[in-house]
Design a protein around this ligand. Structure first.
Ligand code: SF4
Length: 471
């Protein structure tokens, strides 16, 4: 994907270097939830008077928001720590905090391995960032805050330094109760904690009032959402949000197949704003491997769910996550995974070779698939999917799509954005079109990972709600 230029929202908190204001820089690894948490870090510290720095070299406070889903991601954190530690020697006042999933998982071990680290803050204690920074600064006692002792997600609405004016993510549930045998999330994010439905609706209304036209609801198992006071579920939330005037697109990620019911399918189908695109991990096409993973569904149940989604929401685009080389995976199991690609025809997939994580059941098993075999399977899977995607995207030539512009390439000549189906669409011929503008465009070329389109006469602005802007 071409590099996109984002529109900063909070000019006062971004990259200007005022000599008397302290600055914070956040380095982020991992998923969308981590990205949103990083914006919460910047938002919380902005309330303490901090500006956001453009690089760690300009910062008085450097936060590492870490990911431990894969071993390589964790190693990158320690490599980065080594580099920042060198910087502390020439700038002793610099404060360094390790946050996120590695912080939650490793705790004290980080302080032992990296003397340069001033504090450790786990994923369940984000709201304590300002106080732990003050304490680390004053006491220099290297505090640690980890653990999950709250029933609800502690969240300061509004303390999120957004980077896009037209699109926002909102965490609605954190943690996971599922315990898949390969996954570290229940350790690093704890058990499920939900936000109040009324709080989410109020936050969404405020964001739409500020110009947001697309909202994405986030959670490790977003469709397990349940209001902690009333028990209202995701379908009720989708229906409530669909009624907000001015909200044009609503998405939610990541869903677990086990928590998907007919009411949720109905809520998606009846809403004019819930996008016809769904990310639904299946992980393996083999029932034997699904059982070893403790995924709580069979291949048949997954395919049946896809069938029900497709009949209720014609054209819905499906994307998924897949793990190859799980302990004990045979050639037959892998062939079963490939065959799911043929049956479902996903619009995109995220696939990885299995990586054993600490304190997970699968990490204690032998029957490891040799690395070379796992990598060969990964390459085969990717090649197979790329061919299917190319075929599907070529079939879209001539189709008209509504594209929400997200940015432009370095030359400014080509703008790019997303269709409701989540296709990445590049559009030539309307240079300078601002992020947040809706463009009706006709697909001229389908590539494996994106579409190239030409704008139609009508170009609609997000905030003008349908005004013609271009030829
Ligand atoms: S449902 Fe998802 S987050 Fe939860 S344990 Fe399984 S893979 Fe991890």
């Amino acid at each position: 994907m071409a590099a996109l230029k984002n529109d900063p929202v909070h000019e006062d908190s971004i990259r200007s270097m005022e000599p008397d204001r302290r600055t914070v820089f956040v380095e982020t690894w991992g998923c969308q939830m981590n990205e949103l948490d990083s914006r919460r870090f910047v938002g919380l510290m902005a309330r303490e008077g901090y500006l956001e720095a453009a690089s760690p070299d300009d910062a008085d406070l450097v936060l590492l928001n870490t990911c431990s889903v894969r071993d390589r991601a964790e190693q990158k954190v320690y490599d980065y720590l080594g580099r920042i530690a060198a910087r502390k020697r020439v700038r002793p006042g610099l404060l360094l905090g390790v946050c996120g999933c590695v912080a939650q998982q490793e705790g004290e071990e980080i302080l032992r391995r990296s003397p340069a680290v001033d504090f450790v803050l786990g994923t369940g204690r984000i709201e304590l960032l300002p106080s732990i920074v003050r304490r680390a600064e004053k006491e220099r006692d290297r505090p640690i805050e980890v653990g999950f002792d709250m029933d609800e997600v502690a969240y300061t609405p509004g303390a999120v330094a957004r980077t896009l004016a037209h699109r926002a993510s909102i965490t609605i549930i954190e943690g996971c109760n599922k315990n898949c045998t390969f996954c570290v999330v229940p350790t690093t994010r704890g058990r499920e904690r939900n936000r109040r439905l009324t709080e989410i609706v109020d936050e969404s209304r405020r964001l739409v009032g500020e110009g947001v036209v697309e909202i994405e609801l986030l959670g490790q198992t977003v469709n397990a959402y349940s209001d902690p006071a009333t028990g209202e579920r995701l379908p009720t939330l989708l229906r409530a949000l669909s009624g907000i005037a001015g909200l044009r697109r609503l998405r939610f990620v990541t869903s677990h197949p086990r928590d998907f019911d007919d009411d949720l399918i109905a809520a998606m189908a009846e809403s004019a704003v819930v996008c016809p695109a769904l990310h639904l991990p299946f992980q393996s096409g083999s029932d034997r491997i699904l059982g070893r993973m403790k995924r709580q569904y069979t291949r048949g149940e997954y395919l049946d769910l896809v069938g029900r989604l497709r009949s209720a929401i014609p054209g819905i685009a499906m994307s998924t996550d897949i793990i190859v080389g799980f302990p004990g995976e045979t050639d037959e199991d892998f062939a079963a995974t490939i065959s799911v690609l043929d049956e479902v025809r996903f619009s995109s997939i995220f696939c990885f070779t299995y990586s054993p994580r600490p304190r997970t059941a699968a990490a204690r098993w032998d029957q490891d698939v040799p690395v070379r075999v796992a990598q060969e399977r990964l390459a085969l899977l990717n090649d197979h999917q790329q061919a299917l995607q190319l075929q599907a995207n070529e079939a879209l030539v001539g189709k008209v799509l509504e594209v929400l512009v997200e940015g432009s390439d370095r030359t400014g000549q080509r703008v790019s954005g997303r269709s409701p189906f989540n296709h990445l669409v590049h559009i030539d011929g309307i240079p300078g079109t601002a992020s947040g503008t809706f463009v009706m465009a006709v697909v001229e070329k389908g590539l494996a990972n994106s579409l190239v389109a030409r704008p139609l006469r009508r170009v609609r602005s997000a905030d003008a709600g349908g005004t013609d802007l271009a030829s």
